[in-house]
Design a protein around this ligand. Structure first.
Ligand SMILES: *Cc1c(COP(=O)(O)O)cnc(C)c1O
Length: 393
């Protein structure tokens, strides 16, 4: 019934699995038959502190009972607190603009770069270099920034000014006098859980600074402790000019943010959002950051990451028949599977066994568990994955 209704009335943009989840706790979800699943996806890196976290749901309820929304034409206390917290946690001298999604955060980043290229001397600069296999979102401009030609079918014409580098080594060669920014993910997520080389990134960051070209780091997936530090930029020890955030920031309440050290780039009227950073999403994000900051300082987060990593490496060693390589950082991990057919089988069979997994790129089995996942949940998830592999062999 529900499946029919969904098919009849909702546009068919997703390869949807017709399971009906009813509730969840931390990294465990329950469907309508009360069958439980270990969630190694966090809703694509969103429920960073797991399902139905008490501190988060209380923060949301309390805020909802007071004020959910006033416009950005008035002060919003939790928004200001959130901006301050984000600046403190990353340690960069920046200001924050709030939006509602990753794509929108990236739109903000592109507007900042374009304005910088317009007002910062002659000639006007507007080109932004991104990487092949990158993913920056689904709006027309973020899609054009996404270096995957196959996703551009049907939707042109696009805004001008995006140039794709094959890899990191090609980036500097593409920096001409029209180039205002380079935009990249430090670990490509959708592209296949592909971490960039730290030394190459540091070298690029240094050269861009010399050339007065902005570095935009898309931390929509890597941000908010996903790779072990608050931002992957902290882990790579670079200071970008612009950082975008979304997915894990408010634990499932829609939010996006763009941060920049160009603290006065915008004047009133240059950019805006009706919903961005309202009371509800900001209060949720404040609760999420409080929990994750505690877990980081107490060592719990690093402990979980080590435990997960250990399990993943052992699992890969025992399954060379399917697995070519372990990839990723922190709790953003992947297994390169020897064929995309096998990858599809593994994801379907894992679902039957009660563990939720994602695909990335053409042949990567992707793991994005909640950052709060327990050892028991990790153990159970890998046990079920083991069964799934047995069923396929
Ligand atoms: C998911 C993602 C986006 C898009 O975020 P939306 O909230 O879906 O708009 C952009 N960049 C990266 C790196 C992402 O992983």
């Amino acid at each position: 019934m529900l499946e029919q209704m969904d098919k009849e009335y909702v546009l068919h943009t997703y390869g949807r699995n017709y399971v009906n989840f009813k509730h969840g706790k931390n990294a465990t979800l329950y469907d309508e038959n009360n069958k439980d699943y270990i969630d190694f996806t966090s809703g694509i890196g969103v429920v960073s502190i797991g399902h139905s976290n008490d501190i988060l749901s209380n923060a949301i309820c309390t805020q909802a009972k007071n004020i959910i929304h006033v416009s950005n034409l008035f002060l919003i206390e939790p928004q200001a607190e959130l901006a301050k917290k984000m600046v403190e946690l990353c340690g960069f001298d920046m200001r924050v603009f709030f939006a509602n999604s990753g794509a929108e955060a990236n739109e903000g980043a592109i507007k900042i770069a374009r304005k910088y290229g317009e007002v910062e001397g002659e000639p006007k600069r507007y080109k932004i270099i991104t990487l092949e296999n990158s993913f920056h979102g689904r709006t027309i401009t973020a899609l054009k920034a996404t270096g995957q030609e196959k996703m551009h079918n049907f939707f042109g014409p696009f805004p001008d000014g995006f140039v794709y580098a094959k890899d990191m080594d090609e980036v500097l060669g593409l920096c001409d006098d029209k180039c205002v920014a380079v935009m990249l993910e430090l670990v490509q997520g959708e592209g296949g859980v592909e971490p960039q080389d730290k030394e190459k990134i540091q070298h690029l960051a240094k050269r861009l600074k010399e050339k007065d070209i902005l570095l935009i780091v898309d931390e929509v997936q890597t941000g908010i402790y996903r790779t072990g530090e608050f931002f992957a930029s902290n882990l790579y020890e670079i200071e970008p000019d612009i950082i975008t955030v979304a997915k894990g920031l408010a634990g499932g309440v829609p939010i996006g943010a763009v941060m920049t050290n160009l603290k006065d780039i915008f004047s009133p009227g240059d950019h805006g959002s009706t919903f961005g950073g309202n009371y509800l999403s900001s209060a949720a994000a404040n609760a999420v950051l409080k929990i994750l900051e505690n877990d980081k300082t107490s060592g719990k987060l690093d402990e979980r990451m080590l435990y997960f990593s250990d399990k993943l490496n052992k699992f890969a060693k025992n399954h060379k028949e399917f697995i070519n390589k372990v990839v990723g950082l922190g709790l953003m991990r992947g297994l390169r599977i020897n064929s995309s057919d096998n990858l599809t089988k593994i994801i379907n069979e894992s679902f039957q066994e009660g563990v939720l997994l994602l695909k990335a790129g053409r042949n990567t089995l992707r793991f994005l568990p909640p950052l709060t996942i327990s050892q028991e949940e990790i153990d159970l998830g890998f046990e079920r994955l083991e069964n799934a592999f047995k069923n396929i062999s």
